[in-house]
Design a protein around this ligand. Sequence first.
Ligand code: ATP
Length: 324
Amino acid sequence: SGPLDKEQMQGLRGVREFLKVRTSYDVLPLSFRLVVLDNNLLIKKSLNILIQNGIVSAPLWDSQNSAFAGLLTSTDFINVIQYYCQFPDEIAHIDQFRLSSLRDIERAIGVLPLETVSVHPMRPLYEACRRMLKTRARRIPLVDRDDETGREMVVSVITQYRILKFIAVNNEQYTMLLKKPVRELGLGTYKDLATATMGSSVLDVIHLMVKYNISAVPIIDENNKVLNLFEAVDVIPCIKGGAYDELSATVGEALSRRAEEFGGIYTCNEDDRLDAIFDTIRKSRVHRLIVVDDDNRLKGIISLSDILKYVLLYGEEDDDIRGN
Ligand code: ATP
């Protein structure tokens, strides 16, 4: 191994040490807002609340038992859509479903419930990362217990993006050592990519996301050039107000309904180095990178979990949590 490998390992070790001495609590900003939804709320209403607050996920609260009841995410809405596809005659009932029926919906369509993992905010951040990779959770609620009442309290939710951003902002001295290009690291997925075109229906894209267990599908033209990216969160405005019949609309139509503040999509080249990717994460709200060639043709996709997995596990002995 050359000097580049040595530096790379030094950088990775630095970041790992950092994650071991910081807690999930450290990732949180000094002041923040947390929207928690009552489990008894109509699903329909929860959609409006998410949209109004400009968020895509929220912890659920069971007020009867005063307990944390899981995390509402775009996967839940995709499950409702699958339910609608399997039981189209039930549309009148779907309108009356409450958040507490999400588990019944999972059972009805035969998907396994997402593991509701949570971590204590004062545990090492490294532990939260390992747990994220192990369970494939994209976000983890931080749950504490009130000393006096013994009740659970949801403090906040940390996401892969927040963790990577926290690493990028606080570890420039280590991330600058990560000089190996994406191509050499084999970072991301390059074979058997799920893609769609502007003319595909929203429903087709949702089925792809379910089949591949992914949350974004690149939209390409007939020459394999990248035009856009359809994300699981783009589903939310599509079904606002119970407009399930609009899912037959095309991707092109759906993307034109994106909010004004949409941050855009991020691309990179196979020759880009990991330090450059950390620069992008430091500066922008990136959720995944589409790998393109010089002609903007699709080569691959790098998700935040690919990056987190590499940063945490590359070169480690412990193979069982690698999840491959
Ligand atoms: P995120 O976790 O940031 O929401 P995601 O759902 O797109 O992103 P993951 O679930 O982290 O991605 O990805 C699982 C694996 O699937 C990753 O290794 C990623 O490279 C790969 N992947 C992501 N998108 C696609 C796609 N459109 N086609 C094929 N593989 C993909």
